[in-house]
Design a binder for this molecule. Structure first.
Ligand SMILES: *[C@@H]1O[C@H](CO)[C@@H](O)[C@H](O)[C@H]1NC(C)=O
Ligand SMILES: *[C@@H]1O[C@H](CO)[C@@H](O)[C@H](O)[C@H]1NC(C)=O
Ligand SMILES: *[C@@H]1O[C@H](CO)[C@@H](O)[C@H](O)[C@H]1NC(C)=O
Ligand SMILES: *[C@@H]1O[C@H](CO)[C@@H](O)[C@H](O)[C@H]1NC(C)=O
Ligand SMILES: *[C@@H]1O[C@H](CO)[C@@H](O)[C@H](O)[C@H]1NC(C)=O
Ligand SMILES: *[C@@H]1O[C@H](CO)[C@@H](O)[C@H](O)[C@H]1NC(C)=O
Ligand SMILES: *[C@@H]1O[C@H](CO)[C@@H](O)[C@H](O)[C@H]1NC(C)=O
Length: 437
C-alpha cells in the first residue's frame, strides 16, 4: 500500500476525456494444463479457481513486506510458523529492496536488507548475507512451513526503492513517472533484475506467483505524463513483462500486483458537497484496465486493493451520501464479476482501514462477500508479536520499526492479541481450507 495515495486527485477526474474501453471479448481460460506437466507443489489455476496438486486451493493469505527485512532466521521462522498456524497459506512480500550509493553507509550501519545499489545507469546486485541471502532464507522457510509467497519485482512508489530509482538513475531529470513503462534502457534494467530473481527461485514450489509491480500507476512519486492515462500503456507493459517472465519460467503463476482500476465507458459518478465527478477508480485515469489486463495470456489471475478511507477522504465528511463500506462491497463484487467473465481467479490482495472500529464494522462484510465470490483474501497487513532480534526493538527504515517485539505497525496492521479482528481472518481461513479439496 501507499498511504495518502494519489487517488486524492480524483476530484480532477471529470476532466479526463472518455476513451472507448476495449472489446469485451472473453478469453477462455487456458488453465495451467497448457503449460505441460506442472511440477508437484506448484500453484496452478483452472477457470476461476486456484489448484494445487489436483485439488482446489482456496485461501486466506496476508501481506508482510518486512519479512525479508528481518535479520535473524529465528524471527523469519516465527513469523511464517505463526501465520501458518493461523491458517494463512499465502504471504505476499517484496522481492525488491533497492538503495542508492548515498544510502549505503547507513544501510551497512543499520543492517538494512538491500538487493540493489544504484550509483549510475546500472544497478549492482548484492548477493551477500545482507542481500539476496536473506530472501533465500525467506523462500526456504516458506517451504518449511508450507506457506506460498507472492513476490513483487518492484514498487510503483519510492518505498524500499521502486520505479523512481530506475528513472532517477537512468533518465535523470525526467519529469514523469510513466517513462518507466516505455524507456528501453529502463525496461532492460527492470528485466535484468527480474531475471536475477526468477532464475534464483524458478524451481521452488514455495513461490505462489511472480508479481510485475506493486500498484502500477501512470503516476508515482513523479507525476504522470500526457501519454499515460487513456493510452493503455500499462496493459502494454503488463503484456511485455508477463511474456518476458513466462519466457524465463514456464510454470509459476504470474500476476500484475495492480490496484484493480477499471477503465469503463461510463464510470460511476461520486458526489461530495453537492458536486459529482467520475470515480478515479473506474475512469482509466490511474492507468490500469482490470479487464483488458486480466485477458493477457500470461496474466494468470487478477489482483486489486481496497483503501477506501485513504482514497476518498473527502467523502467521509458528514453530508456526503457515500458509504465507504458499500463502496468496498461493490468493488469486491465488480472484480469477482469481471474475473468470472474472463474465466480466471482473482484475489483481494490488499485491504486496510486504520480505525479499529471501522475494521470491526466493515471487515466481516467484505470478507464474507469475498468468500461468497471465491476470492483469495489477503488483508494488509499481517502483524507478528514476539520478534526477538535486537532485543525486540529495531528501526528498520523510514518509520518502520519493531517495537516491543511487534512487527511494523502502520495502523492497518492486525495482531493476534487483537482477538476480534484476528478471528475474522482465522474463521475465513478455516472456511477456505474446507473448500480446498
Ligand atoms: C546483522 O544481521 C546478521 C544476519 O544477517 C546478523 O548475523 C548480525 O548479528 C546482524 N548485526 C547486527 C549488528 O545486528
Ligand atoms: C558512486 O559513484 C561515485 C562517482 O563515480 C564514486 O565516487 C563512489 O565511490 C560510488 N559509490 C559506491 C558505493 O559505489
Ligand atoms: C538517493 O536516495 C536519497 C535518499 O533516499 C534520495 O533523496 C535521492 O533522491 C536518491 N537519488 C536518486 C538519484 O534517486
Ligand atoms: C463545499 O462547497 C462550498 C460551496 O462551494 C464551499 O464553500 C465549501 O468550502 C465546500 N466544502 C468543502 C469541505 O469542500
Ligand atoms: C448522491 O447524491 C446525488 C445528488 O443528489 C445523486 O445523484 C446520487 O445518486 C446519490 N448517490 C447515492 C449513492 O445515493
Ligand atoms: C498499532 O496501532 C494501533 C493504532 O494505530 C493501536 O491501536 C494498536 O494497539 C497498535 N498495535 C501494536 C501491537 O502496537
Ligand atoms: C498486543 O501486544 C503488543 C506488543 O506487546 C502491545 O503493544 C499491544 O498493546 C497489545 N495489544 C493488545 C490489544 O493487547
Amino acid at each position: 500500500m501507499k498511504l495518502l495515495a494519489a487517488a486524492l486527485t480524483f476530484i480532477a477526474a471529470a476532466c479526463i476525456p472518455t476513451v472507448t474501453a476495449g472489446s469485451s471479448q472473453v478469453d477462455s481460460s487456458r488453465g495451467s494444463g497448457d503449460r505441460g506437466n506442472v511440477p508437484k507443489g506448484f500453484l496452478t489455476r483452472k477457470g476461476t479457481k486456484f489448484r494445487l496438486d489436483n485439488k482446489d486451493f482456496a485461501f486466506v493469505g496476508s501481506n508482510s513486506y518486512w519479512l525479508p527485512l528481518l535479520t535473524t532466521h529465528e524471527d523469519v521462522d516465527r513469523t511464517l510458523r505463526d501465520a501458518r498456524a493461523a491458517g494463512i497459506k499465502v504471504m505476499r512480500t517484496w522481492g525488491f529492496n533497492a538503495i542508492n550509493a548515498t544510502e549505503l553507509p547507513t544501510a551497512l550501519a543499520t543492517n538494512l536488507t538491500y538487493y540493489q545499489v544504484w550509483n549510475g545507469t546500472r544497478f549492482t546486485t548484492n548477493y551477500g548475507e545482507q542481500g539476496l541471502k536473506r530472501l533465500d532464507y525467506v523462500v526456504k522457510a516458506a517451504a518449511k512451513y508450507d506457506v506460498k509467497l507472492i513476490l513483487a519485482f518492484t514498487n510503483n512508489w519510492v518505498g524500499y526503492g521502486g520505479a523512481e530509482l530506475y528513472i532517477n538513475w537512468i533518465k535523470p531529470g525526467s519529469p514523469n513517472h510513466d517513462i518507466f513503462y516505455t524507456d528501453p534502457a529502463i525496461i532492460a534494467e527492470y528485466q535484468r533484475y527480474v531475471k536475477i530473481i526468477v532464475s534464483r527461485y524458478k524451481d521452488s514450489p514455495a513461490i505462489a506467483a511472480w508479481e510485475l509491480m506493486n500498484e502500477a500507476r501512470c503516476l508515482g512519486d513523479l507525476p504522470a505524463g500526457p501519454n499515460c492515462p487513456g493510452k493503455r500503456l500499462l496493459t502494454q507493459w503488463y503484456k511485455q513483462q508477463s511474456d518476458y517472465v513466462r519466457s524465463l519460467d514456464p510454470y509459476h503463476l504470474i500476476t500484475t500486483g495492480g490496484e484493480g482500476h477499471f477503465f469503463w465507458n461510463n464510470p460511476p459518478v461520486i458526489w461530495f458537497n453537492g458536486t459529482g465527478s467520475t470515480d478515479y477508480n473506474y475512469n482509466g485515469q490511474a492507468g490500469e484496465d482490470f479487464e483488458e489486463d486480466l485477458k493477457l495470456p500470461n496474466i494468470d489471475f487478477g489482483t486489486y486493493h481496497i483503501y477506501v478511507t485513504y482514497w476518498y477522504p473527502q467523502l467521509i465528511y458528514p453530508g456526503s451520501n457515500f458509504s465507504a463500506y458499500e463502496w468496498g462491497l461493490g468493488w469486491i463484487q465488480q472484480h469477482a464479476d469481471a474475473a468470472k467473465k474472463i474465466g480466471k481467479p482473482v484475489i483481494l490482495e490488499e485491504f486496510g482501514v486504520a480505525s479499529y472500529e471501522s475494521k470491526l464494522a466493515w471487515y466481516p462484510g467484505w470478507v464474507q462477500r469475498a468468500l461468497d465470490t471465491y476470492h483469495g483474501i489477503m488483508p494488509w497487513q499481517y502483524g507478528q508479536l514476539g520478534l526477538t532480534e535486537s532485543g525486540g526493538n529495531r528501526v528498520i527504515k523510514y518509520a518502520d520499526a519493531i517495537i516491543d517485539g511487534a512487527s511494523p505497525n502502520d495502523s492497518n496492521t492486525f495482531y493476534k492479541n487483537q482477538t476480534d479482528i484476528w478471528t475474522i481472518f482465522t474463521r475465513a481461513a478455516a472456511i477456505q481450507d474446507a473448500r480446498s479439496r
